[in-house]
Design a protein around this ligand. Structure first.
Ligand code: GLN
Length: 544
């Protein structure tokens, strides 16, 4: 096997865009004609990301083969424009679980099982499997967290050992932060020097440093880092904050020749150089100036005094992809569902906010908080003919709104919130009943790709341009088939159905400008180079 592995660690602090950095580097290598894939390692003990709160950890991204992962997997898919599967995500929890299960089954034949080599071997074997399955020339591996913390040290150790075992196939990259403190007025390199020393003490010398800062890294500082960190100054890549979109980052990186530097270290020449598609994308983003105003009614925004829309990352990106492809610049407004529940603020604030949008999305969610506000918003959008796109919980709440206000079932609800309602229009799937009873909640939802057959006369069929699609799921509840006739009789169109399980996948209101709800998450499959048809239809309607 001749695959090259690039391990990427973070320096100084988290949240500086390691995932996007890796995705951008991966894109560049792909455009040089190589087969590339990327892996994310999360140091958490959670076995997958499914049980993590999105306000704390960000969006839970679902792969086609149904693993609940970190949002960076979404970044890799969007930049590489290819599917990333479950083998490309691991956590401390998943690695330990596998090793401990093997130990329980006598898989280690009486040996003492230890962190080194058994955990580190497990990490290595998983990475080799990814390389083989993807027939990859390059595997980029993101080690979550920052160097020097206890949490990710086992993974750095695994990386170090891999370099020892296959010296010509492993390279280390450090994505580090260079602060410009106000009172000093210049960019400081010392924190990064310390980060490199910390890596050195783990037996690792970075081959490339990505210098994240608000400004570009100048020559003086490049040379300084070069001397103090023991590196060729050409391997220190400037990565300033960007004003435009993240999709410009690969173009920026190439200005510092990151692709060529990596290839040179592995003694490789480019197979090709084809940046045309990506450059065209960046050009079309830059030329999209006319705004289209989209509201997102959600609840996972706040951490203290800060708003972090990370929980809805894929939804935001899907809106952007569709808007740019139609020459528009998306302006996204965050609409706080909880505040819509108070009738005073509904009259003064909500109606104004909703009226101001060209289109409104109600994205996925769980639990009680904010749902009555979302239902109120959907009611307003339905009655006022404002384009609406409901995603997962969004479809469920739109069904509840329709049942309550059109079908005349005032207590219609989902059993997720009111298990005793006499009109459970949204209810638990049969396969979920036992799981919920046993509190077997991890990784047990309806997850990943499922087929959906489209109604021949539906808008969705027209937008997709095909009869059958496959989309990704993450939910426990469904439209209750016992109410389907009643809903349809009042004008709700079941526009998509799962052919095997006969489950409602898409609802539409044919008389409305654009009223579409999906039980799946189309946002997970939207890419900048291939925007999602339903998002495109939604934005088109919003523009109109
Ligand atoms: N809470 C709902 C369910 O579990 C919707 C989930 C979602 O929006 N992803 O079915």
């Amino acid at each position: 096997m001749n695959t090259k592995f690039i391990f990427v660690a973070g320096g100084v602090m988290s949240g500086i865009g390691k995932g996007v950095t890796i995705a951008s580097t991966a894109r560049i290598l792909k455009d040089y004609g190589f087969k590339v894939t990327a892996v994310k390692i999360d140091p958490y003990l959670n076995v997958d990301a499914g049980t993590m709160n999105p306000t704390e950890h960000g969006e839970v991204f679902v792969t086609d083969d149904g693993l609940e992962t970190d949002q960076d997997i979404g970044n890799y898919e969007r930049f590489l424009d290819q599917d990333i599967l479950r083998d490309n995500y691991m956590t401390t929890g998943s690695v330990y679980q596998a090793v401990i299960n093997r130990e329980r089954n006598l898989g280690y034949k009486g040996k003492c099982v230890e962190i080194i080599p058994h955990i580190t071997n497990e990490v290595r074997d998983r990475l080799l499997k990814v390389a083989k399955k993807n027939k990859a020339d390059f595997v980029l591996v993101e080690i979550g967290g920052t160097v020097g913390e206890y949490q990710n040290s086992t993974f750095l150790e695994a990386a170090r050992i891999m370099k020892l075992e296959m010296p010509r196939q492993v390279l280390f990259m450090l994505v580090s932060y260079f602060p410009i403190p106000k009172m000093v007025g210049e960019m400081k390199t010392k924190p990064t020097q310390h980060a490199v020393r910390t890596m050195n003490s783990a037996g690792i010398q970075p081959d490339i440093i990505i210098a994240r800062s608000s400004m570009p890294l100048d020559d003086v500082r490049k040379r300084k880092v070069s001397v103090f960190c023991n590196m060729d100054y050409r391997d220190i890549i400037s990565a300033p904050d960007i004003e435009g979109s993240i999709y410009e980052i690969p173009v920026n990186f190439e200005k510092d020749n990151i692709g060529r530097r990596i290839l040179k270290k592995f003694n490789l020449a480019p197979n090709q150089k084809n940046f045309r598609k990506w450059n065209n994308l960046v050009a079309s983003i830059k030329s999209s100036k006319m705004p289209v105003k989209i509201g997102i009614v959600g609840k996972y925004f706040g951490t203290g005094d800060f708003i972090l829309p990370d929980s809805y990352l894929s939804v935001i990106e899907a809106v952007k992809h569709a808007s740019w492809s139609l020459g528009r610049k998306p302006e996204i407004t965050w609409l706080d569902a909880e505040s819509y529940e108070k009738s005073a603020s509904w009259r003064t604030k909500a109606v104004e906010e909703l009226k101001n949008c060209h289109g409104v999305i109600v994205p996925g969610g769980f639990g009680k908080r904010g749902i009555e506000g979302k239902i109120k918003a959907i009611n307003y959008l339905r009655k006022n003919n404002i384009p609406f796109l409901g995603l997962c919980y969004g479809l469920q709440l739109a069904t509840i709104e329709f049942a309550r206000n059109v079908c005349g079932l005032p207590d219609a609800h989902t059993t997720e919130i009111n298990p005793k309602t006499s009109n459970p229009v949204i209810c638990t799937m049969a396969e979920q009943v036992e799981k919920i009873k046993e509190k077997n909640m991890g990784g047990s939802m309806r997850l990943g790709a499922c087929d959906c057959r489209l109604h021949p006369e539906s808008l969705s069929r027209k937008l997709y341009g095909t009869d059958k699609v496959s989309e990704r799921h993450r939910h426990r509840y469904e439209v209750n088939n016992n109410f389907r006739k009643q809903l349809e009789a009042e004008g709700l169109l079941v526009a998509g159905v799962n052919p095997k399980q006969n489950l409602v996948e898409i609802i539409e209101l044919p008389k409305h400008k654009f009223f579409v709800g999906t039980q799946f998450h189309p946002e997970f499959k939207s890419r900048p180079l291939s925007p999602h048809p339903l998002f495109k239809g939604f934005i088109q309607a919003a523009i109109r």
